[in-house]
Design a protein around this ligand. Structure first.
Ligand SMILES: [Zn+2]
Length: 342
């Protein structure tokens, strides 16, 4: 296994430290601007301490717990008001964790805010990311529906394309379908997606936009080019002594969103297509009880699928997938022309 538990734990420590550090920096900023808040903070700390001391000595009068709590909450209210009056958000001095579900501990908090033993979705996601190095989904800064630009698609239908829908109209429709998919991801009846179209028309881009939104919703996502995916499946089957490969295979089977890009570019072999059918069957059965969706992306047209895949694979795809057809010019070239002022 590449990623040890300790490495993940370190990552969570780092996230927590950073969250606390940046809260402390905000605190300094606020103290400089509004010294009264510093005084309030000191009073809150002192009250908290004396409350604890009294409690330890068991000298608390029956109603004094309420007295402390009330006093503290009054000070907190005063502090919030001062923040807002000085142009800060009321929660400006709270620690802002990356994951609010587990406060960056990696484990879901119980009702008292203590980390339990159930791994948080962010923990599972980190594990998946670490195994497959798919985090480029987040880091290129150019992925996300807000970067979708319909102007990259021609506005008039191409001659001889056999349709009077323009690539632009079609691309906008496809984008809407993608957003619907994100919104209905947890619905077991929401169909899987099948992107088809020539190279460079935005299939990978849109599937990564979906991936990003699904990640934000807290689901696990795995993005793999078909050759790499088949490679993992093949190795887990024939070199099953490796724990890592076994885990990788499990993740392919169970990740909540699996994106198989460039389907059809893997080297052909009958065994692989049995594996593909097994995989698609397994995932669609699992989707009944828990989200387990698949996005396929390929240059192959639906009518050409049967040239590469068995009839059973093709009928599974055509029957269970929403076919999203993109066409137009190669966006990479269009972008270059636009930049050069053509
Ligand atoms: Zn979390």
């Amino acid at each position: 296994m590449n990623t040890s538990w300790h490495e993940l734990k370190r990552e969570f420590y780092k996230r927590r430290d950073n969250a606390i550090l940046s809260r402390d920096q905000r605190k300094e900023e606020v103290y400089r601007k509004v010294p009264e808040i510093k005084v309030l903070d000191q009073q809150i700390t002192e009250l908290g301490l004396s409350y604890t001391r009294e409690a330890i000595k068991q000298q608390l009068a029956p109603d004094s717990a309420g007295f402390f709590e009330e006093k503290i909450s009054r000070l907190i209210e005063r502090k919030k008001k001062l923040l807002v009056d000085n142009g800060f958000p009321a929660d400006y001095l709270e620690v802002e964790y990356t994951c609010k579900n587990c406060n960056d501990t990696g484990f879901v908090l119980d009702k008292d805010g203590i980390p339990g033993t159930t791994p948080c979705h962010c923990y599972r996601q980190l594990l998946v990311e670490r195994f497959y190095d798919i985090s480029n989904l987040n880091s290129d800064g150019q992925t996300g529906f807000e970067f979708f630009n319909e102007n990259y698609y021609p506005d008039s239908p191409a001659e001889g394309a056999g349709t009077d829908v323009s690539p632009r109209t079609q691309a906008i429709r496809v984008k809407e379908k993608c957003i619907d998919f994100v919104n209905n991801f947890e619905d077991k009846d929401c169909p899987n997606l099948f992107f088809t179209g020539p190279t460079g028309v935005g299939k990978t881009f849109l599937s990564k936009c979906i991936a990003l939104e699904i990640l934000k919703k807290g689901h696990t996502v795995l993005y793999l080019p078909a050759p790499a995916m088949f490679d993992i499946i093949y190795r887990s089957k024939y070199q099953s002594d490796s724990i890592m490969q076994d885990n990788s295979h499990q993740d392919i089977l169970n990740t909540e969103l699996l994106i198989i890009d460039d389907l059809g570019t893997e080297s052909p072999s009958a065994a692989k297509y049995t594996e593909l059918l097994t995989l698609l069957n397994y995932r669609s059965a699992r989707n009944i009880s828990t989200p387990c969706k698949t996005i396929l992306s390929t240059n192959l047209e639906p009518k050409d699928l049967h040239k590469m895949y068995s009839e059973r694979v093709v009928s599974r795809i055509l029957g269970e997938y929403d076919i999203l057809y993109l066409f137009g010019d190669d966006i990479r070239l269009v972008k270059r022309f636009m930049k050069d002022g053509f």
